[in-house]
Design a protein around this ligand. Structure first.
Ligand code: G3I
Length: 354
């Protein structure tokens, strides 16, 4: 009789290749130091008077059973941000051809869990389809394309989103406006157009501009403050500034709290929107201890300013973090490791809210 024989090595390779498979759930526990707190992060944030503690998530991860059981715990995460599925390339891959399958999946999940949502994003230079960037549209056509996109995407989720990153990453690090098809054709007026379209589509969602490298004082933070002042002086709707906070262990800017206060003094709220703190791999006990301190520093800076309304991490597990793919040799940026074990950084967040 024919006997099927599969080599154990082949079997292991097969299991490892399946996302969300057993292989991800049976890896040996980490030998590194781990968190000691049993407090839940959103519960702690609420007790401190914040609106939420949250995480980004992405559709492919939702099949991993360990991942989803943590994400669904609304005492841990009171807020969710779709990391990719509401971006322009996902929602309008061809002109007028809208697709909300990925966005709906995450919105439905958050609704079922009673979690707040941040929409991300209406207009950004990245993940922008070629039909927009290379279409050689004149100003009137591009204005109409932007209005249609923002009002359709924001309107789809009217009443569902606590806030929207209407404009993402408008500045270069030197504080000048980033060049891409919208600034090149419409100048900075594209920001007004996007904010006004979003306001008309969902009058109650909070309209944010979101950027990185504005965690501490400097030319880029000043440029963002000048933009907020200008928008407010002209009656263009703006409710919040999102400080992304993609940071590096041991290299935090000074004066994060004072910098947050410089924004809130302008009459907008602030949220930490994409927090992660990466290190050169491998992780060591020393680096993990510094990372704990750094998470505490950022959370505490937000906690100390009443108009800093919440903190979102840019996904919670090193298994799914964007960092290693973008910064080879770096990683371990999240509060949970790749085996879903809580790291000392978790304790740093809890302490930061006290
Ligand atoms: O969708 C394609 C898929 O069809 C293809 O098979 C696969 C092959 O690589 O790529 C998929 O696209 C990837 C996309 O994520 C969706 O998973 C891109 O390659 C990948 O580059 C993209 O990365 C995202 C990145 O934004 C793009 O700049 C990250 O997941 C996402 O976490 C990251 O998020 C940004 C924020 O939106 C803005 N702030 C910075 C932050 C980190 O870069």
């Amino acid at each position: 009789m024919y006997k099927l024989s599969i080599s154990p090595v082949f079997l292991l390779a097969l299991i490892s290749a399946v996302p969300g498979s057993l292989a991800q759930t049976t890896t040996a526990a980490s030998a590194e130091p781990t968190a000691t707190s049993n407090a839940k992060l959103h519960t702690v944030a609420k007790a401190a008077g914040k609106l939420y503690f949250g995480s980004a998530t992405d559709n492919p991860e939702l099949t991993n059973v360990q991942y989803i059981s943590i994400l669904n715990d609304s005492a841990t995460f009171g807020q969710i941000t779709p990391a990719n599925s509401l971006k322009w390339d996902a929602t309008e891959p061809a002109r007028g051809d809208f697709n909300f399958s990925g966005g709906d999946q995450i919105v439905n999940l958050a609704r079922a869990n009673g979690q707040l949502l941040r929409g991300h994003n209406c207009v950004w230079h990245s993940q922008l389809p070629d039909w927009v960037s290379d279409g050689n549209f004149d100003a009137a056509t591009l204005t109409s394309i932007l209005q249609t996109h923002c009002s359709t995407v924001v309107g789809r989720y009217q009443g569902e989103m606590y806030s929207w990153d209407v404009v993402n990453e408008p500045f270069n690090d030197d504080g000048t406006m980033r060049s891409f098809v919208f600034t090149d054709t419409l100048g900075s007026s594209y920001i007004d157009i996007a904010l006004q379209a979003a306001k008309a589509a969902d009058p109650n969602t909070k309209l944010y501009i979101n950027d990185f490298n504005i965690e501490g004082p400097g030319v880029k933070s000043t440029a963002m403050q000048n933009l907020v002042k200008d928008l407010k002086s002209r009656g263009i709707p703006i409710d919040g500034v999102g400080i992304q906070a993609h940071l590096i262990v041991g290299e935090l800017p000074a004066d994060i709290q004072q910098n947050i206060e410089a924004f809130t003094a302008l009459g907008v709220e602030v949220a930490i929107t994409e927090l992660d703190i990466r290190m050169d791999l491998p992780a060591t006990p020393d680096k993990l201890a510094q990372q704990k301190t750094d998470y505490q520093t950022v959370v505490s800076a937000c906690n100390n300013v009443s108009e800093c309304i919440g903190v979102t991490i840019w996904d919670f597990s090193d298994l799914v973090s964007w960092i290693p793919g973008t910064f080879p040799g770096q990683g371990a940026a999240c509060p949970w490791d790749e085996n879903f074990v809580k790291k000392p950084a978790y304790d740093g967040i809890v302490i930061g809210f006290q």
